[in-house]
Write a protein that binds this ligand. Structure first.
Ligand SMILES: [Zn+2]
Length: 232
């Protein structure tokens, strides 16, 4: 299995049987996704966590033969023809076929976050916009109100996930510099609740220097987790 960072929160996971693309918004400058799709004989999947334009690009509807696993809000807000979808997912839903099982969970923002299990048992978490979005310096910047409300919801989602998956092999999770001094609050809480073998920061707005420095603190606290900086 191989995990390739494409852009922002978009990753491509190449397994023996499938090419799974999460939250496609655009290709990388060096067209990694196009190269993976060209001549791909595996089953292609597009998983979309929510409708925001940094997580959804309608171009995925034109990829022939792809299975589209879309969150309910994406279908509704982007007026996607339901006949094109393979599954429309709400928190709690499970999609299963011969190549993967995908378990949808809630998100603190909108839509879903997902755990994908491959036939060999490997687990992959993609957060979408699920994070502890409490903006330290600009609390008014976020839609949710108090820190305790945001944190309560976030922790309850983590507990839901950890009761099903106490360990995750690969987790793609927001490390967003816009959160200021709270940039690591969500990632720390994720790692406290769910033992994670490989951690991939995303939603970094290409501020790699800031993210790199912050990730060192994660490494210090969680030496058993391998952190993959996804800069391209
Ligand atoms: Zn986002």
């Amino acid at each position: 299995m191989e995990i390739r960072f494409i852009a922002h929160s978009c990753f491509a996971v190449v397994t023996d049987q499938a090419l799974i693309v999460y939250d496609y918004c655009k290709d990388s400058d060096n067209h990694i996704l196009q190269q993976l799709l060209d001549g791909c004989h595996k089953q292609v999947y597009f998983v979309v966590s929510h409708f925001h334009e940094d997580h959804y690009n309608p171009d995925i509807l034109n990829v022939e033969g792809a299975r589209l696993l879309l969150s309910y809000d994406t279908v509704r807000r982007r007026r996607v023809n339901r006949d094109l979808t393979t599954a429309i997912l709400r928190p709690g839903d499970i999609y299963e076929d011969e190549n993967l099982t995908l378990h949808a969970y809630n998100s603190t923002d909108v839509g879903i976050s997902t755990v994908t299990t491959l036939p060999n048992g490997t687990t992959i978490y993609h957060a979408g916009d699920n994070n502890n979005w409490f903006f330290a310096e600009n609390p008014e910047e976020h839609i949710k109100t108090s820190l305790s409300e945001m944190e309560g919801l976030f922790i309850s989602i983590l507990r839901d996930i950890s009761s099903d998956y106490p360990t995750i092999d690969h987790a793609m999770f927001p490390v967003d510099p816009r959160l200021g001094t709270n940039i690591l609050r969500g990632p720390f809480q994720w790692l406290w609740h769910i033992k994670t073998k490989h951690f991939y920061p995303m939603h970094c707005w290409e501020q790699w220097d800031v993210v790199k420095e912050e990730l060192q603190k994660l490494l210090d606290q969680f030496p058993d987790t391998e952190i993959h900086l996804c800069e391209v």
